[in-house]
Design a protein around this ligand. Structure first.
Ligand code: SF4
Length: 84
């Protein structure tokens, strides 16, 4: 498992670079959060309103490979456990 978790105020995003197809749907869909010129390149903290969090869910849902996943905060402990 090569997935890494990125934490935001409302939702977290995990990314598995091993299965990413580099279609750039994420960067085109929500450059506010997905910016390869920034570190980290995924920044869910910018989705700080419920509207932006909803938009983030939609964009992550368009990821064709499943490399991106949304995690509600109640799931974060499970994700962390899976990564350890
Ligand atoms: S949308 Fe998914 S498959 Fe496409 S670049 Fe982003 S993470 Fe990779």
């Amino acid at each position: 498992m090569t997935s890494r978790n990125y934490t935001g105020p409302l939702v977290d995003v995990s990314f598995d670079g091993a299965i990413c197809q580099h279609s750039e749907e994420c960067m085109k869909g929500m450059p506010l959060v997905f910016d390869v010129s920034a570190r980290p390149w995924i920044n869910p903290s910018r989705a700080e309103t419920s509207e932006l969090a909803s938009e983030l869910r939609t964009v992550v849902g368009r990821c064709p490979s499943g490399a991106l996943q949304i995690h509600d905060h109640q799931d974060s402990a499970r994700v962390a456990a899976e990564q350890s």
